[in-house]
Design a protein around this ligand. Structure first.
Ligand code: HEC
Length: 148
């Protein structure tokens, strides 16, 4: 009876570790999905700026909403257990300089908010995108390893 209990306990423990490891991969997956959404949203905005698709304020709001969701959730998506795995391109610098990383996210969020408030036509969209785009590339340069 006791042996049986031990086995049950061991299986439970295994389940717990597996679940913990799993949840971390999920976190990497989640941040990559959000980043992909930001990438897709940025592409739509860029096409509007280039005149390849008509300016549509409702759609622009969706673009900014995608960026905002990314910026809002990012601070929670880099726990220690997510340093490796899932072909992550997150650089070790994130965990070495977490304060700088969080500051970069906060700036990203503030710049999105400002752009959102000022965008009303293609010109203002372009101005907002130039500022937001710098956030994307600066952060990637410092906090992302080149994916090969
Ligand atoms: C504060 C930092 C930061 C900002 C700002 C940022 N990113 Fe990222 N981005 C990352 C990190 C870190 C990764 C790597 C995530 C991973 O692989 O775990 C990434 C990955 C990506 C990826 C690849 C996703 C994949 O796995 O296929 C795309 C696309 C992307 N970002 C687009 C953008 C765009 C577009 C913007 C601006 C609108 C942006 N990012 C702003 C940090 C940032």
């Amino acid at each position: 009876m006791f042996r049986k209990l031990l086995v049950v306990f061991a299986v439970l423990m295994l389940g717990v570790t597996a679940a913990a490891a799993q949840s971390c991969q999920d976190i990497i997956d989640k941040r990559q999905t959000l980043m992909k959404k930001s990438g897709a949203a940025a592409k739509i905005g860029t096409e509007m700026i280039k005149g390849e698709r008509p300016f549509d304020l409702a759609q622009v709001r969706e673009i900014y909403a995608a960026f905002t969701e990314d910026a809002t959730l990012m601070p929670t998506l880099f726990p220690d257990c997510s340093k490796t795995g899932n072909k992550t391109t997150a650089a070790p610098a994130i965990w070495q300089k977490m304060d700088d990383f969080k500051a970069a996210i906060a700036k990203f969020a503030a710049d999105i908010k400002a752009a959102q408030d000022s965008t009303k036509d293609v010109d203002t969209l372009k101005a907002g995108f130039q500022i937001i785009g710098k956030n994307c590339s600066n952060c990637h340069q410092t906090f992302r390893v080149k994916s090969s």
